[in-house]
Design a protein around this ligand. Structure first.
Ligand code: PLP
Length: 346
């Protein structure tokens, strides 16, 4: 940022790092922390990148900014742009959850719902940006965004009093967050503020796992289907594949895939043990962590930070799928007693 650049208006980052004792007990981990990045202004980690994109656009005196997104980059760009008085054109795939589309519309974006996959939306946005000369927020294209994403690691290190954790766990779509996380820790290590680097665990949905497959089979990545409820990480053609793979390998970490069932179950587990509400992609990291603890890859005394990347209110439909329906009664005490009895409550 230039000294003359106006300050952003929204409070981005500075999300809490919780020591989640109950959740740790459930998983068999003695030192488990959750970084709740669903508490950003538009409720996902993407705000860390979007605020930089918007400030760079302001510096360059651009008035319109555009991106394609599975949902969160979009709503985050729209919100941060609205706060600085910029116009936005946002390309989302038709399947984007309603909560995210509602955010876009409320923030005044011009929303283009592309009836196709995320790859189709990305392609069309690239052509439109070229044609109309808008500022490009597409994450793997704009190099400044990594600098925004890495701030999550700077905060984790500070919140742990500069004693880096053994593992940092994050869900992976395009691969920008995990590369940013790695850059943050590497920067701190190089200047000597931390004296070791964490291993990275990157987690993908089994229905869309081009990067995890590449790591697990030790080969180059190949495009994959986009077949998962975790819409934010349903990325068949990841835009930051090489950096993400390098980050995982350099850190001596690994990747793993989890089923949609395991993702829904992780939403319930996190909510019930911690009072934290994550969207499906937001808790995919946690689902993968559970798997690796069960397999004995991560030991009970290792210090682990899981990043919850997005808030569950963005995708209420899947939350209800995960958690079930409420107990329905007429306004009648008799019926309440009967319904509770059926469930052996209270
Ligand atoms: C974007 C996003 C991810 C994945 O980030 P990538 O940089 O695409 O790997 C994970 N979770 C949520 C909630 C996201 O919005």
């Amino acid at each position: 940022m230039e000294p003359s650049t106006p300050r952003p208006q929204l409070r981005v980052g500075l999300s809490p790092l919780y020591r989640t004792v109950n959740l740790g007990e459930q998983l068999g981990l003695n030192h488990l922390y959750v970084k709740d990045d669903g508490q950003n202004p538009t409720a996902s980690l993407k705000d860390r990148a979007s605020v930089i994109a918007v400030m760079k656009a302001v510096e360059e005196k651009m008035t319109t900014i555009a991106c394609s997104s599975t949902g969160n980059a979009a709503s985050s760009l729209a919100g941060n742009a609205a706060a600085m008085g910029l116009k936005t054109f946002i390309f989302v795939p038709g399947r984007a959850p309603q909560g995210k589309v509602a955010q876009l519309l409320i923030f005044g974006a011009n929303v283009i719902s592309v009836q196709g996959s995320y790859s189709d939306a990305f392609q069309l946005s690239a052509e439109a940006i070229e044609r109309w000369g808008w500022y490009n927020r597409n994450a793997a294209i704009n190099p400044y965004l990594m600098e925004g994403k890495k701030t999550v690691s700077l905060e984790i290190a500070e919140q742990l009093a500069w004693d880096a954790p053994d593992w940092v766990v994050v869900s992976v779509g395009d691969g920008c967050i995990i590369s940013g996380v790695w850059k943050g820790f590497q920067d701190l290590y190089r200047v000597g503020w931390i004296d070791k680097l964490p291993k990275l665990l990157g987690v993908q949905a089994a229905g869309c796992s081009p990067l995890a497959d590449a790591i697990l089979e030790d080969r180059a990545w190949r495009p994959a289907e986009e077949n998962t409820i975790a819409d934010s990480i349903a990325v068949g053609v990841p835009r930051n594949a090489e950096k993400a793979l390098r980050a995982v390998r350099e850190s001596k970490g690994t990747m793993v895939t989890v089923s949609d069932e395991e993702i829904l179950s992780a939403m319930r587990l996190l909510g019930r043990t911690s009072g934290i509400f994550g969207e499906p992609a937001g808790v995919t990291g946690l689902a993968g962590l559970k798997t690796l603890v069960e397999r004995g890859v991560i030991g009970s005394d290792e210090r682990v930070v899981v990043i919850v990347t997005g808030n569950g209110l963005k995708d209420v439909k899947n939350a209800i799928t995960a958690a079930g329906e409420p107990i329905k009664v007429e306004p009648s005490m008799d019926q309440l007693v009967a319904e509770l009895k059926k469930r052996q409550l209270p």
